[in-house]
Design a protein around this ligand. Structure first.
Ligand code: ADP
Ligand code: MG
Length: 490
């Protein structure tokens, strides 16, 4: 373990390479299905398998999706692009090369904004976003000598988002990855499912003495599929590299893999020299020219992005930034909130209901808001009934909401009447209960008189219990205090 004072001598440098599988029906250069899953080797036509004489043909939607992401990241969109062959041999790469974009990435530059742990907004500069195809999957089973290969994934379209080496902490790296996942989901460019590997990340990490002018040797940790793994892997790499340097040993520029069980990284291979790949333009694909019309059409289809929504939720609906951030985590949740706000004017209550009872319901049932059974209409009605004090909040949450989730067409008001759940705002009703409670607990009244004011909660509990939760708690509390004070004076 290195000490804090040694750690402080060093600056950490991180650059991410994020791969996102495109949400196209077919693969990027042929018509095989690109959907995740399926029995092994069932989405494998002759082009995917690189049979001699087969030719690739570009999927137009892949281009459009990459441009969408580029626009969202403020990148420059390349109007003229070629595809390149990146040559290497690997069993899950049938052609012996990967089609990618080396010299003419579809998007150049740009940035993604993140909020640091300290609450500061910073822009993480991107180097590029390029299009490429995924490889198949090699499967190494335990206690088996053979390696199995599944080519379903081979040829699925990817965008690779490459940052500049401008990230300085592992938290920021994880936050950036989360932000990228949010963006691709808002844009319907990728499902962002990290467990299935639709979104995965390589982290490049190096350290240098704070006063150094040049970056240290970098290590690339490959293929991580969770925010936490990315953060842990970087933390371990930083520690490992500083230890090496402090011992006077060199950091070797290599590719490493992260072991999620022990939290350590292990060497896989030393980094290939750039020219090992022998990049050259793929002669089977013609250059791509992006017309003004296409670019204009994509620009006009861009959805409101999360950051703009946060601003709107704060300025237009008067939410706190914290609430706005939570609600815009997924665009479906943000849309549900706006649907509620179109039906009533209770912005803050709407936000609280979504982040409270609704979120808990979704978590308990392990579904997301898209699968939430209750309509905005019905939820808005329930929220308004609470606001009008016809239902107490606790009865609405504990009794009505579960019924509504189970039968979304429920007639809330008549049901609440039938179950005798409507809140009673009648003072006489509450005063009678308070009177009875005071008679039943004379010694508690005495304690209250002697200054033990906290005992009011016990009285309130009793009043609410006897009213079967139907007394308006605020009114009951006021009446109770008044009554107890009257008794004290007497
Ligand atoms: P390579 O040629 O090894 O792929 P690139 O220059 O293309 O390297 O960069 C790949 C990634 O590594 C980028 O995300 C970049 O920001 C990052 N990177 C480059 N140099 C460093 C460094 N010294 N330390 C950490 N990350 C780096
Ligand atoms: Mg690389």
């Amino acid at each position: 373990m290195i000490t804090e004072s040694i750690r402080e001598k060093y600056t950490v440098v991180i650059g991410l390479e994020v791969h996102a599988q495109l949400l196209t029906k077919s693969k990027i250069f042929n018509s095989d299905e690109s959907e995740y899953g399926g029995a092994p080797n069932t989405h494998v036509g002759v082009i995917t398998l690189a049979h001699p004489g087969t030719l690739p043909r570009l999927n137009r939607l892949a281009i459009e999706q990459a441009i969408k992401m580029g626009l969202a990241c403020h990148s420059e969109i390349s109007r003229f692009q070629i595809f390149d062959r990146k040559n290497y041999f690997y069993p899950d790469l049938p052609k012996g090369y990967q089609i990618t974009q080396d010299r003419t990435p579809i998007c150049k530059g740009g940035y993604v904004s993140i909020k640091t742990k300290e609450g500061k907004r910073i822009d993480i500069a991107l180097n590029r976003i390029h299009l490429e195809e995924d490889a198949g999957k090699s499967i190494h089973l335990e206690n088996e000598l053979d390696t199995l290969v599944d080519f379903n994934r081979a040829g699925v379209g990817l965008i690779e988002i490459v940052t500049e080496p401008v990230i300085r902490t592992s938290e920021d790296a994880a936050t950036l990855l989360a932000e990228i996942r949010k963006l691709v989901r808002y844009l319907d460019v990728c499902d962002g499912n990290m467990e299935e590997g639709s979104l995965r990340c390589d982290a490049n990490v190096s350290v240098m003495l704070c006063e150094a002018k040049e970056f240290g040797k970098k290590v690339e940790v490959k293929n991580m599929n969770s925010f936490r793994h990315v953060q842990r892997a970087i933390d371990h790499e930083v520690e490992r590299q500083i230890e090496l340097i402090e011992k006077g040993e060199p950091v070797i520029s290599e590719t490493r893999t992260f072991n999620i069980n022990d939290g350590k990284t292990y060497a896989m291979r030393t980094k290939e020299e750039l020219n090992d790949y022998r990049y050259f333009p793929d002669p089977d694909l013609s250059p791509v020219v992006i017309s003004n019309e296409l670019l204009g059409r994509i620009k006009s289809m861009m959805p409101t992005l999360p950051q703009a929504l946060v601003d709107k939720f704060v300025s237009h609906y008067q939410l706190t930034e914290y609430d706005a951030l939570l609600l815009t985590e997924a665009k479906e949740m943000a849309a549900f909130f706006e649907a509620l706000c179109a039906l009533n004017t209770l912005h803050k209550e709407n936000a609280n209901w979504l982040m409270g009872p609704v979120k808990s319901f979704l978590n308990e049932n392990n579904i997301d808001i898209a699968a939430f059974p209750v309509s905005a209409d019905k939820l808005s009605e329930l929220i308004s009934l609470v606001h009008k004090k016809q239902l107490s909040y606790s009865i609405a949450v504990q009794r009505i909401f579960p019924l509504l989730a189970a039968s979304p067409q429920l007639d809330i008001l008549s049901h609440a009447k039938e179950l005798n759940l409507l809140q009673v705002n009648n003072d006489d009703f509450i005063i009678n209960i308070i009177g009875a409670v005071i008679i039943d607990f004379p010694e508690k009244v005495e304690e209250y008189q002697n200054g033990k004011k906290g005992i009011i909660t016990m009285f309130m509990g009793e009043v609410m219990k006897r009213s079967k939760g139907k007394a308006d708690p605020k009114a009951a509390n006021e009446l109770l205090v008044k009554k107890l004070n009257e008794i004290v004076i007497r």
